[in-house]
Every structure is written in structure tokens, then in C-alpha cells.
Design a binder for this molecule. Structure first.
Ligand code: ZN
Length: 116
């Protein structure tokens, strides 16, 4: 998988704040900001500025910091769970296929064992 660089990350920032980033792009974005302190800081500033315009009450800005942290963490976890359960389903599917094949072969050899 190819990961995005700081430049692309910056392009995604506003979309992320406005909840318009989805799927692969969102995943890559979150992975990048988690590993890149510079981009996270930039995101934090943008997030604060963006939201502070809406609510200018005292103390709100401090809460926004942890709000962003939660947003990053929760979104990532939700995506992880989503991808994870998809993988599990795929594995179960393959597993049940193997069991079916195994049972069919077992049945056939048993059947032929008796007949022949
Ligand atoms: Zn970066």
C-alpha cells in the first residue's frame, strides 16, 4: 500500500474536518497524522480555527484539542474494526469452503469404500 506524503495530507485536512473524507483516503490520512507530528500540529491548528469560528466561548478551544484527538482515534478504530471484521468474514468463508470440500471428499471416499 502506498502512503500519502505531507503535501497530500495537507490537502485532505479540510475535508477531514468537514467529515468529507472517506474510505482509503481517510485511512491514509489518519495513518499519516498519527505518525507525523508536523501534520498533526497543522491539523490541530486548522481544526481549532475552523471550529473556534463557530463557538467562541471561553474554554471551548481547550476542549477542542481533546475533541480532535478523540475524532482521530475513534475514526481510526471504527475503520480498523470495519476492515478487521471484513477480513474475519473472508477467512470464515474460506474456512467453511474447506469444510464443505472436506466433507464431500469424506462422503465420497466413504461411499465408494462401501460400494467398491
Ligand atoms: Zn506529514
Amino acid at each position: 500500500m502506498e502512503y500519502i506524503n505531507c503535501e497530500t495530507c495537507e490537502e485532505y485536512m479540510n475535508s477531514f474536518i468537514e467529515n468529507r473524507l472517506v474510505g482509503e483516503m481517510l485511512w491514509q490520512f489518519l495513518t499519516h497524522v498519527e505518525k507525523c507530528p508536523e501534520c498533526y500540529e497543522e491539523l490541530e491548528i486548522r481544526y481549532l480555527v475552523e471550529d473556534a469560528l463557530g463557538r467562541l466561548e471561553d474554554g471551548e478551544a481547550i476542549n477542542l484539542r481533546s475533541e480532535l484527538e478523540t475524532k482521530v482515534r475513534v475514526t481510526k478504530r471504527a475503520m480498523y474494526t470495519h476492515y478487521f471484521s471484513e477480513d474475519i468474514l473472508r477467512i470464515l468463508e474460506i474456512f467453511s469452503m474447506i469444510i464443505i470440500v472436506y466433507e464431500v471428499f469424506g462422503f465420497l471416499s466413504h461411499f465408494f469404500g462401501i460400494v467398491f
